[in-house]
Design a protein around this ligand. Sequence first.
Ligand SMILES: NC(=O)c1ccc[n+]([C@@H]2O[C@H](COP(=O)([O-])OP(=O)(O)OC[C@H]3O[C@@H](n4cnc5c(N)ncnc54)[C@H](OP(=O)(O)O)[C@@H]3O)[C@@H](O)[C@H]2O)c1
Length: 314
Amino acid sequence: MTASTRITTPFTAESTAAEVVDGIDLTGRRVIVTGGASGIGIETARALAGAGAEVTLAVRDLAAGERTAEDIVATTGNKQVLVARLDLADQSSVAAFTAAWDGPLHILVNNAGMMASPEMRTPEGWELQFATNHLGHFALTTGLHRALAAAGGARVVAVSSSAHLRSPIVFEDIHFREREYEPWSAYGQSKTANVLMAVEAARRWADDGITANALMPGGIRTNLQRYVSDEELERLRAQSAGAGVSWKTPEQGAATSVLLATSPLLEGVGGRYFEDCNEAEPHQPGTRRGVAAWALDPEAATLLWQVSVETLAA
Ligand SMILES: NC(=O)c1ccc[n+]([C@@H]2O[C@H](COP(=O)([O-])OP(=O)(O)OC[C@H]3O[C@@H](n4cnc5c(N)ncnc54)[C@H](OP(=O)(O)O)[C@@H]3O)[C@@H](O)[C@H]2O)c1
């Protein structure tokens, strides 16, 4: 297969996570799903646990995590569903999580996220969507690098969004200190960062047998829309319907994450962006599908990695 061969699979926008993982045995594999107690994170964790993996729900709300774990144990019969505290906007929480992780990690699903919030900042002054969606996952993933390398053939799955089409990384002012804050630009920038991190992790860590890919799960009604008014949501739904984005159930929304985490068709494949269970085509103007060139740009990926290291070290 050449670097330019687009990966296609028998699965579609309608496929569910359970269908994608059907016949795959994950016994002995260890998985982390961030944001695993809400929305598509629950169904991602359920499908992976259903295939026999040990799954850790990395959550900031432990009570919600415990409720979800009980539900997944009850529906899958797999008792190896664990809960651990992780607040991605709090670097000390991320550091405590990675320090406590022991042994190999086969699959890391960076799924947690927040969308289109009003302007908020961490105590460091970082814009909160970038801090949560990107910097928190960057610190988590690099903090778990040794565990991923120890697994032999580990996979990192970055849950991005078609919203990455809204903004590249604005390196001159990532944290909106000079430009006016705009909730969707901030979300879009953070989702471009998710793809770029997969591109750079795949390049840097290829010798460790680690692959990393990114995805758009589809449009799914979850708690993610908590900052979006009903009117705006209706407008977005109408726009999406006319621009080729399908609305899905959470079980369908989890399918592309589970595909990237487990499919033999993805063996050794890294640094790519998928939607509806297939590798995306380049974005065409006038649509909300496909992947923007800025999200796969290897130079931007390297620069973002450096900036992220420096930001976390400052
Ligand atoms: N739903 C869609 O239509 C859609 C479309 C494109 C992309 N996505 C992406 O899909 C992923 C999952 O979204 P979803 O729709 O399932 O949303 P969701 O139901 O709101 O789940 C997001 C999860 O992220 C967690 N989270 C938020 N901030 C966090 C923090 N600081 N530390 C740790 N966890 C945090 C939330 O925890 P709490 O429950 O404690 O808030 C929640 O568990 C996101 O990355 C999102 O950008 C979703």
